[in-house]
Write a protein that binds this ligand. Sequence first.
Ligand code: SF4
Length: 208
Amino acid sequence: MEDRDGMLQELKSQVAQCRRCRLAQTRSQTVFGEGSSVAEVMFIGEGPGYQEDRTGRPFVGPAGELLTRIIERGMGISRRQVYIANLVKCRPTVDMKMVRDRPPDPEEVQTCTPYLLRQIGIIRPRAIVALGSPSMKYLLKTSSGITKLRGTWGEFNGIPVMPTYHPSYVLRNGGEKSPLRRDVWEDIKMVLEKLGWPLPVLHSGGDR
Ligand code: SF4
């Protein structure tokens, strides 16, 4: 029988040793990704931030807390049932000074994404949620902005891809009361429909 957990573990060990790009110089540790090896849905962001670099886990700061709420309250499933990863596995920062986060540049994305491709190939999700513009641009090979394409299905290697706002962007634009949260919810509802999963009873009428 196929040992997906074993394959992911082996890949994680490779990533931990990787020094293929300059982000290796300033990381505390790599952030491989986490979740179920048989997840039906994958969430893909852009790269680790400060908290993720410290803990080695993806989406653990305030943005991670919002993502967890989207998964658990919005989708009605446990965070452990999905798989969460990023385009790059080491934290990109402005001027490499480890102060302010930035999106990964195209060269870093190109160098690191073979690892993500292996993760997707092992897990083989039925749907992917692209969190934010860099992830969407990579997966859908587009130069359009997230505002234009969110809420519309695309495809990556035969897998349906739903782009939506990155949780950090939502928090920067209104915080917990951000109107963008409703857009994210609309996008997530489309994912639930695509997977044939029911809307969580508590939230099917409106707000999360
Ligand atoms: S970002 Fe990716 S390619 Fe660059 S050093 Fe880290 S694991 Fe390697």
